[in-house]
Structures are given as structure tokens and as C-alpha cells.
Design a protein around this ligand. Structure first.
Ligand code: NAI
Length: 486
């Protein structure tokens, strides 16, 4: 059987120690892998690479399709982006899969109560506020753009259903906040129910994310596979890690259509680096997820079983465990795991299942169906410390007749034409201008209004208002009355 080549980045802090421990276990288990060691992380930033990876590392990962990585440090300040987030976004690993299972020997409130946990969080991994598109609009107001796309949602939701099938789950739950973020989370939720039709054998349900958190803490056994947008998924997955004993026990896989990244979920733990204290379990279990993905399930099962048996027998690194047993170092812990490897579990494997990525010539454009899009208005962001009725006067005096000011808002709350003097203001208003005719108005004409207003008001940004197939695709202000758009 031919070995599979993967790219390995040991990482910073405790990274090299835990990666060496994991590769020692892999070697003992005779896992048929070849390693291409690549440079990523702090030492690469220090040499002036702002992406945190060398060209050789990039081409290695794009050729093998698999990156197995230790935790990496992102230098603070200096405007460089996190290598972890950059890697996930650059290679479009759209789905972050984290599995949370009760581990015998790791005491939690649930294990003590005899409540087993077996759930998987599938988190969107590229979009949302992690786009990092942020601006100061004025001295007092910063804005973040939260991008949710239909194709991006489709990718992660499909991954969730495929994961459910692989894991033998019967239900997929969509966590969201579509009651507040009606368009972004609304799109994610609509997409969830659309994709669900392709998987009639799986039961589906949705739940608002705050209620989800409460229920996860209350009855975690009532969930199997939960799919979420990026930020909500980030928070909920750490909550789930807490349910099973902490970040050290939760493996993580970042799956894309071409490239897959497997990593420990914790950081570089600089406080315990180079002291033989680090716990390699999270990286080991992530390695098991990797073996399962590339057709080496039997090796994965044998290693996972050896890890669980070791912990159950009372071998602990110092970060967890109990007073019952003395803790051991990273090296002793991995040696104990090797002692527990049961080779009778490894009879054959099927590495042919793993396909290296096909080299791509250009970026893939993902588009959904063709729909009729019409521009129906414009939101103009204005920096001022005056009151809203004064702004309305200025805008109305400079507007074409086929348009009107429908609302002026401050932090999303309407302050004109109606409002309350109890609404506190900041120095950014949004003036909404909408067409008051059924005739089509060209986008350029809305832009011209903004340019004309620029002579009278301090405009900091604009946003076009569109309708798709006659349906309004912009949020209403708190307190805004609905007007017909055509
Ligand atoms: P951290 O996870 O490194 O450490 C938090 C606490 O947990 C520390 O007390 C540490 O000793 C302990 N800990 C973490 N992993 C452990 C392990 N395997 N065994 C035993 N104890 C462990 O989080 P922190 O301190 O917020 O971040 C440190 C650095 O790690 C930062 O530079 C951060 O940017 C980076 N980081 C990298 C990540 C990645 O590469 N995926 C993820 C999170 C943070």
C-alpha cells in the first residue's frame, strides 16, 4: 500500500511537543503517511512574511490537500492577520467540524450524572464577521460588515447533513438568530430548509441560538448535529467543549472541497511550553479525524481507542484529571498510549478513497439562481451632531420628485418622522431614501442624490437598497412603517 503524503506544520509554543508526541503514536501504529514539514507561524512572521506562511508551505498544502497543524501564535499589533483564520479562508475550508463526546475517566457534571454526550458542531468557517471587514465611520462609531452568502451557507449546511449521515445521527439542528438578523441569519435558515429536502432520511429542526445555549447546558443529550454561522458556532462550540471536560478533548477538522486542515482547538500555551507538560489529546483526536477523512479509519479507531483506554486507566497530563492519580508528562502520556495500541483492529484500509486536490486554473465563482434585482432606494450614512428634523429638511429640499425620505435612524432606531426623545443619539445617522413611484429608477440616479447631498451634509458611507423578485431585501428600522416598494 502506498503512503499518503500530508503537509505538517508543528506550530509554536507547545506545538512542536504535542506534534512530536502525536507523530510518535502514528509511527508506533504504522500509519501509512509521509510527512512534508512546512514552515508556518511565529518564526515565519518574524522573517517578514505577513501571511505567516512561506511560499513553499503554501504550495505543499495546495499539492497534498491536507494540512495537519499545531497551534500557532499570531503576533499582536502590526496589522498582521491570524494565520489560522487566513489558512481557513484562503483555502476555503468552509466547514469546521468539532465532535464532543463523553470521555470515560474525564469527570464532568454530566458524566457523574450518567448522562452521555455525543454531539457534533458544524460551524461555517469563512464568512460572517470573520471576514474582518471593519471600519471606523466617525470618531465614535465603528462598523463591521457581516457577510452571509447563499452559496457559502449551502456548502456548510451540506457538510452538516453529510456529517450526520457519517456519524449515524438522525437529526440536524440549525442554530440561528433569524428573529433579529432577518436577512443574514434568515438566508442561512432558509438555505437550511432548502438543503434539508435533499436529505429526507434526516429529521430537521431549528432553534434560536440563545435558547440553544440554555438547552445545551440543560439537556445536551437532546442534540446530535448542530449547524451554525461562524461567530455563533465559535461560541457554541467552546460551550460544548466545557460540557465534555474542556478544550483539550475536542478534535477539530476544517473541511473544504479541495483542502482540509486538522488542528488542536487550544492555543500555543506559552506558559507551559518546553516543559513536557502539554496534553496532546486534542491534536491526537484531530489526527484521528484526519485519518477517518483519508480512508485510514482503522488506524484512527485503534489510536482513538488507545487514547481513551489510557485516560480511563488514570494516566493524565497535569491540566486535567483528579487527585486519584499522579499526573504524567507529554512523553510518558504518549508512551502509555502506544502501550495500549491494539493492532488486531487494523486489518486493512482503503487509502484509494483519498483523492489529492486537482490543480485549479482560476478561482471558482459560486452563483445561485438568476433572479430579478431592482434598486429601490439608498441608505446614506451621515456624520453630524444635529437633530434629525434638521437633516430631514436639508434632504427633502435637495431630492428628486420620484423619491422621498422614508426614515432617519440612529443606531438602527427610527428618530424621524416619528421617534422618542428618550432615544440617545450618536454622531452617525442613516437617511433612507426610497422611490415613490412604480416606475423603475436607475441605480445611478440614487447615487446622484447622494452626490448632490454631499454639498450639504457630511456623508460617510452609502448602501444601495434592492428588491429581488419584488421582495424588499433590506431591514426596516426599529419603528419604521412599511411602505409598498412597487
Ligand atoms: P491557550 O489555549 O494557549 O491557553 C489557555 C490555557 O490553557 C493556558 O493556561 C494553557 O497552559 C492551557 N492549555 C492550552 N492547551 C493546553 C494543552 N494542550 N495542554 C495543557 N494545557 C493547555 O490560549 P491563549 O493563552 O489565549 O493563547 C495563547 C496563544 O495561542 C496566542 O498567541 C493565540 O493567538 C494562540 N492561539 C492559537 C490557536 C490556533 O493555532 N488554533 C487557537 C487559540 C489561540
Amino acid at each position: 500500500m502506498e503512503n499518503i503524503k500530508i503537509s505538517v506544520a508543528k506550530g509554536d509554543g507547545i506545538g512542536p511537543e504535542i506534534m512530536d508526541a502525536v507523530l510518535k503514536v502514528f509511527k508506533a501504529a504504522k500509519v501509512p503517511l509521509d510527512y512534508e514539514f512546512v514552515e508556518m507561524g511565529k518564526s515565519v512572521y518574524d522573517r517578514g512574511y505577513t501571511t505567516g506562511m512561506t511560499e513553499e508551505a503554501k504550495s505543499s498544502v495546495e499539492s497534498t490537500g491536507i494540512l495537519f497543524k499545531g497551534p500557532m501564535e499570531t503576533p499582536k499589533g502590526g496589522g498582521v492577520k491570524s494565520i489560522n483564520v487566513t489558512a481557513r479562508k484562503t483555502w476555503n475550508t468552509h466547514s469546521n467540524i468539532r465532535k464532543f463526546q463523553t470521555i470515560k475517566g474525564v469527570d464532568t457534571v454530566f458524566s457523574k450524572a450518567g448522562i452521555p454526550i455525543n454531539l457534533t458542531i458544524v460551524r461555517e468557517n469563512v464568512e460572517d464577521t470573520y471576514g474582518g471587514i471593519e471600519h471606523y465611520m466617525t470618531k465614535d462609531v465603528a462598523v463591521s460588515r457581516r457577510i452571509i452568502s447563499r452559496p457559502g451557507s449551502q456548502q456548510v449546511i451540506r457538510s452538516a447533513f453529510e456529517t450526520a449521515i457519517k456519524e449515524g445521527y438522525s437529526t440536524v439542528t440549525c442554530g440561528h438568530k433569524a428573529n433579529i438578523m432577518k436577512l443574514t441569519d434568515g438566508m442561512f435558515l432558509d438555505t437550511f430548509y432548502e438543503i434539508a429536502k435533499e436529505y429526507p432520511q434526516i429529521k430537521v429542526e431549528d432553534i434560536i441560538v440563545d435558547a440553544l445555549c440554555m438547552k445545551l447546558v440543560y439537556t445536551p443529550q437532546s442534540f446530535e448535529c448542530i449547524v451554525l454561522t461562524n461567530l455563533q458556532g465559535d461560541i457554541v462550540s467552546d460551550l460544548c467543549a466545557g460540557l465534555v471536560g474542556g478544550l483539550g478533548f475536542a478534535p477539530s477538522a476544517n473541511l473544504g472541497d479541495h483542502i482540509k486542515i486538522f488542528e488542536a482547538v487550544h492555543g500555543t500555551a506559552p506558559d507551559i511550553a518546553f516543559q513536557n507538560l502539554a496534553n496532546p489529546t486534542s491534536l491526537l483526536l484531530s489526527g484521528v479525524l484526519m485519518l477517518n477523512q483519508i480512508g485510514l479509519e482503522q488506524y484512527g479507531a485503534a489510536i482513538r481507542n488507545a487514547v481513551l483506554t489510557t485516560i480511563d486507566k488514570g494516566f493524565y497530563t497535569g491540566d486535567f484529571g483528579s487527585d486519584r492519580t499522579k499526573s504524567v508528562g507529554t512523553n510518558e502520556f504518549s508512551d502509555a498510549i502506544i502501550q495500549e495500541l491494539d493492532f488486531s483492529r487494523i486489518t486493512d484500509s482503503n487509502p484509494a478513497k483519498y483523492q489529492k486536490p486537482i490543480p485549479l486554473q482560476q478561482n471558482k465563482m459560486m452563483v445561485s439562481s438568476v433572479e430579478v434585482i431592482e434598486t429601490v432606494g439608498i441608505d446614506i450614512f451621515i456624520e453630524t451632531e444635529t437633530q434629525a428634523d434638521k437633516i430631514a429638511e436639508i434632504v427633502q429640499a435637495n431630492l428628486d420628485r420620484d423619491m422621498e425620505v422614508t426614515t432617519i435612524t440612529n443606531r438602527g432606531t427610527q428618530v424621524w418622522p416619528e421617534g422618542s426623545v428618550f432615544t440617545n443619539l450618536v454622531d452617525t445617522y442613516i437617511v433612507r431614501i426610497e422611490k415613490n413611484t412604480t416606475a423603475e429608477i436607475k441605480k445611478k440616479k440614487f447615487m446622484e442624490q447622494a452626490i448632490r447631498l454631499y454639498d450639504h451634509l457630511n456623508i460617510s458611507s452609502i448602501e444601495m437598497l434592492i428588491s429581488i423578485n419584488g421582495k424588499r431585501k433590506y431591514s426596516l428600522a426599529q419603528g419604521q412603517k412599511v411602505v409598498a416598494i412597487s
